[in-house]
Design a protein around this ligand. Structure first.
Ligand code: JHZ
Length: 412
């Protein structure tokens, strides 16, 4: 793709043209494109942020695809920053090592391996590991820590090259990347090339059921092209002769599915039907459910702006914690800038001393909390609320109040 973005004309899973737009979050800059200056320049590009529902297979998807080279060749998000996520990866490695006995002969490949957070846990368990990561900065970081990583997008070519050099993989994981992929057919063809006949392919994706029930609209941004239910995923896997053998739910990132699949079609489906029934019960195959969603989103905007304006009028200082991608959707959709939120704390070095896209709020390190004590902290990484509260309450004791923006604005 040479241009900066392309429009979606048909569903990326079933090919139908029956796509109905149900949510419009306006034009926003790319959620992880941090700025070097707070000055307003003409250079900041904004893209439409709209979600469509496929009436044929029920996949929710963005109306555009931004060129992945722009989004992912240099990536500011380091997954190891959160202890909660590290613990989640440790649990995953533990569980998988119980299913597949680890040894130096058993290759575990992680796609979009980021800074090697998950592979480090696999390595500790005794697996032979290999990361595949398109961001040069992250691949370098992982390699420097001894987590061998190929710098590449996941394609048929990459799978063939890895197969030639390392042999088949018994485990292939892809956490928090499936939603980022436009050509899911190529992705799964590449899986089929590298995966051993008895191997396991495991993905983790944020679950649309949670997005809807908990109003997590801020998890919508240009990196997330698809918002998954089990129904369209099952259809996609079937097309590629991959059998879903188990699905588990985890609270990580606001509610995610871990889906285990294999080439071995003799294995029976276990709980897939349970998820399909649940989705049906939650009316997630009905366009009317989707058409109602934007009311909840508009409510959060109204409530949050009212609260922040009231606090400003009372001379209260409000900071934020977590310069997350989702935080930038929230700030930009609600029209919040540095007049209402003075700074954003983030422990990721690469994010500090930059400015959030669109809102132009400065991103600072934790020492700021001591220098410029806020009365309120808006949790832009509400998914790690417990961890962030533990960190900050050591500094503040009980002097700070937390604003949790979703599902409804709440002050604790
Ligand atoms: P966090 C990411 O989205 C990126 P984001 C990605 N696109 C994806 O798919 C989803 O995850 C699932 C900071 N933090 O993880 C780190 C601290 O500073 O909610 C992060 O910048 N101190 C791949 O960006 C941010 O908060 C802490 O103690 O929305 C959290 O971002 C903790 C816990 C976090 O994801």
């Amino acid at each position: 793709m040479e241009q900066t973005y392309k429009k979606i004309e048909k569903c990326r899973i079933c090919g139908a043209k029956n796509l109905i737009k149900y949510l419009d979050l306006g034009e926003t800059p790319l959620a992880n494109s941090l700025l070097d200056t707070s000055e307003k320049t003409d250079g900041e590009i904004k893209y439409p942020l709209e979600v469509m529902y496929c009436k044929d297979c029920s996949l929710s998807q963005l109306s555009i695809v931004v060129n992945p080279e722009i989004l992912f060749s240099d990536y500011v998000y380091h997954s190891s920053i959160s202890k909660t996520f590290q613990d989640h990866c440790a649990e995953m490695a533990e569980k998988i090592s119980r299913i597949t006995n680890p040894s130096k002969e058993v290759l575990a490949v992680d796609i979009a391996s980021n800074d090697g957070c998950l592979l480090k846990k696999f390595k500790n368990k005794g697996f032979r590991t290999l990361g595949v990561e398109p961001a040069k900065n992250l691949a370098e970081d992982a390699n420097s820590k001894g987590i061998e990583t190929v710098c590449s997008f996941w394609t048929i070519k990459t799978a063939n090259e890895i197969l030639g050099r390392y042999g088949e993989a018994r485990i292939i994981t892809a956490t928090n990347v499936f939603a980022h992929v436009d050509d899911l057919n190529e992705f799964l063809k590449a899986i089929n090339i590298l995966l051993n006949k008895d191997g396991l392919f495991i993905i983790e994706v944020p679950y649309l059921s949670d997005l809807f029930t908990k109003n997590e609209f801020d998890t919508i941004y240009h990196e997330h092209l698809s918002y998954f239910l089990v129904k369209p995923l099952k259809k996609l896997y079937e097309k590629h002769n991959l059998k879903i053998i188990n699905i588990e739910k985890y609270p990580i990132h606001g509610g995610s599915l871990r889906i285990y699949a294999s080439k071995n079609t003799l294995k029976d489906e276990t709980n897939v039907q349970d998820f399909l029934r649940l989705e049906e019960k939650e009316t997630l195959y009905d366009i009317k459910t989707y058409e109602k969603f934007n009311k909840k989103v508009i409510n959060v905007k109204g409530e949050l702006l009212k609260l922040l304006k009231d606090l400003k009028n009372k001379d209260k200082k409000v900071g934020a914690y977590g310069a997350s991608a989702k935080g930038n959707t929230l700030l930009n959709y609600c029209g919040i800038d540095s007049e209402l939120v003075s700074f954003i704390i983030d422990d990721t070095r690469a994010k500090q001393h930059h400015f959030a896209p669109g809102s132009r709020i400065e991103i600072v390190d934790t020492s700021w909390l001591e220098k410029d004590k806020p009365d309120y902290l808006l949790l832009l990484a509400w998914n790690f609320a417990k961890e962030i509260k533990e960190r900050t309450s050591k500094i503040y004791k009980s002097e700070v109040k937390y604003i949790i923006p979703i599902p409804n604005v709440k002050v604790e």
